[in-house]
Design a protein around this ligand. Structure first.
Ligand SMILES: Cc1ncc(COP(=O)(O)O)c(C=O)c1O
Length: 418
C-alpha cells in the first residue's frame, strides 16, 4: 500500500482513545486505487479543471483547447443566446437566489413558468421541479414506495434511484439489466395485493443502450404495477418531440411518472417529475427532498424554461445529433475499438477499455491530444468494466466528429489499444 494511507489493522490513535476505529478506514481500498493510478504518473482523470468554456463543444482545459465529448450537453443549449439572456434578465429582476423552500418563500413566477413549460413539453397534467435530478428520484421514489410496498428495478439503475429506494424502505427487487423475462419473474412472485412500482430508465448512461420499454411497460401493467421511467439521457433528443424513449416506444400514456433533469439536454441544473396521476399534486406537501431544501435560483429556472420551450422545436438539432452518433459509432468501430452497443442507440457511445490502468492511459492520451471524454470505472459501471464514455452534442459539427476520430486513432495507437 502507498505511503500516507492508514492501515486498517493499525488504527490511528488520538490521545486517550487508543483503539478507536477510524471511520475513514472503509475508504482505504478506494484511496489505494486512486493513489496507485496517480503513482503510475497519469494526469488525474477525476480532477479536470475547465479554465474557460468557449462553447458547448470547446473549452480550455489545463491550458489546452479541448473538444468536449463528455458533458451530457446533448442539445448544446448552454450558450444558446435566448437561454443566456433569460438567465441574465431573471438575475437582474429577481436576484441571485430564493433563500427558501418551494412551500414557503421559494416559489417565484419562474418556478411556475418552468413547470408549465414541462407540462407543455410532455403534454401531461402535472409537473414538479426539484433542485436536482438526484433529488427528484430520491424524493418521488422514497415518497410513493414505502414499507410494505415493492420496487422492481433494473440492476443497472442510477445511484439516485437506488438511494430513493433505500430512503423509502420498500422491498427492493432488482432484475438483470434489460431482461424482460427476469423482470416478469420478479413481478410474478410479489403478493398480488401489494403496492408495486417498476423503475426503468429510457437510456442507460454507462453503455448508452436503450430499454425495451414497449415490452417492459406491458409486463408491468399486466401485474398491476405503477411505472416510473427516468429519461435523464433521452429528454430533448429521443422521440419525435424529444420526450424520450417513452415517446419513441409509444408508451408515454402507460407510464405513471417520468423523471428528468435539467443538467443534460436542458443545459442548466435541476430535476423534475411529470405525471397524469390525479393526486400527484399532494407530492408538494409530503415529499421531503422537495419540501426541506431551497428552491432553484430564478436565473436557473428562467434558463430551463427558455431551453425547454426551444427544445420543443428542436427536430433539426435532433436529426443532426443522430448523424453525429452514427458517424462516431461507425468510425470508432472501424478503427477497431470495442463499443458498448453494436449499433448507436443514443447520444452516448461507450468505448470499452481492457482495464483501469489502460483506460486511464488512454484517457490521458486523449486529453493531451485535445479531447475530453469521461473515464468511468466500477462501481459506477456494469460488469466491472472500465469505459471511456463519449457523449455527443448537437453542436458538434461533422468536421469535429472527424477530428475526434483522428484523436482516437492517434491516442489508441500510442497507448497500444488498437
Ligand atoms: C439516469 C440519471 N438519473 C438522474 C440523474 C441525476 O441528475 P442530476 O444531475 O440532475 O442530479 C442522473 C445524472 O447523471 C442520471 O444519469
Amino acid at each position: 500500500m502507498s505511503e500516507g494511507i492508514s492501515q486498517p489493522d493499525q488504527p490511528q490513535t488520538l490521545e486517550g482513545h487508543a483503539g478507536d476505529k477510524d471511520l475513514f478506514s472503509k475508504f482505504d481500498d478506494i484511496i489505494a486505487m486512486r493513489q496507485g493510478l496517480l503513482d503510475s504518473g497519469v494526469e488525474d482523470p477525476f480532477n479536470l479543471v475547465m479554465e474557460k468554456v468557449l462553447s458547448p463543444t470547446r473549452a480550455i482545459c489545463n491550458g489546452r483547447e479541448t473538444i468536449l465529448l463528455g458533458t451530457y450537453n446533448y442539445m448544446g443549449m448552454t450558450f444558446d443566446p435566448d437561454v443566456v439572456e433569460a438567465g441574465k434578465q431573471a438575475l437582474a429582476d429577481f436576484g441571485s437566489g430564493t433563500t427558501g423552500s418551494r412551500v414557503l418563500n421559494g416559489t417565484y413566477q419562474g418556478h411556475k413558468d418552468v413547470e408549465e413549460a414541462l407540462k407543455d413539453f410532455y403534454d401531461m397534467d402535472h409537473a414538479m421541479v426539484f433542485s436536482t435530478g438526484y433529488q427528484a428520484n430520491l424524493g418521488i421514489i422514497s415518497t410513493i414506495a414505502g414499507k410494505g410496498d415493492y420496487i422492481v428495478l433494473d440492476i443497472d439503475s442510477h445511484a439516485s434511484i437506488w438511494d430513493g429506494c433505500a430512503m423509502g424502505n420498500a422491498e427492493v427487487v432488482p432484475f438483470k439489466h434489460n431482461d424482460i423475462e427476469a423482470m416478469e419473474k420478479r413481478l410474478r412472485r410479489i403478493p398480488e395485493d401489494a403496492g408495486k412500482l417498476v423503475i426503468l430508465e429510457g437510456v442507460y448512461s454507462m453503455l448508452g443502450d436503450v430499454a425495451p420499454l414497449k415490452e417492459m411497460v406491458a409486463v408491468a401493467k399486466k401485474y398491476g404495477a405503477m411505472v416510473l421511467v427516468d429519461e435523464a439521457h433521452s429528454m430533448g433528443f429521443i422521440g419525435e418531440h424529444g420526450r424520450g424513449v417513452v415517446e419513441s416506444a409509444d408508451v408515454i400514456d402507460d407510464v405513471d411518472f417520468i423523471i428528468g433533469t435539467f443538467s443534460k439536454s436542458v443545459g442548466t441544473v435541476g430535476g423534475f417529475c411529470v405525471s397524469n396521476h390525479p393526486k400527484f399534486d399532494i407530492m408538494r406537501l409530503v415529499c421531503r427532498p422537495y419540501v426541506f431544501t431551497a428552491s432553484l435560483p430564478p436565473s436557473v429556472v428562467a434558463t430551463a424554461c427558455t431551453s425547454i420551450r426551444k427544445l420543443m422545436h428542436g427536430s433539426n438539432k435532433r436529426a443532426h445529433l443522430w448523424e453525429n452518433s452514427k458517424n462516431l459509432h461507425k468510425g470508432l468501430k472501424d478503427l477497431g475499438f470495442q463499443l458498448g452497443t453494436d449499433e448507436p442507440q443514443s447520444a452516448i457511445i461507450a468505448v470499452i477499455m481492457p482495464d483501469l490502468q489502460q483506460g486511464a492511459a488512454m484517457w490521458e492520451a486523449l486529453i493531451k491530444n485535445g479531447l475530453y471524454v469521461n473515464l468511468a470505472r466500477p462501481p459506477a459501471t456494469p460488469a466491472n468494466m472500465t469505459l471511456l464514455r463519449c457523449s455527443l452534442c448537437a453542436e458538434h459539427s461533422e468536421e469535429e466528429v472527424g477530428e475526434i476520430l483522428e484523436i482516437f486513432e492517434k491516442s489508441g495507437k500510442a497507448v497500444g489499444i488498437i
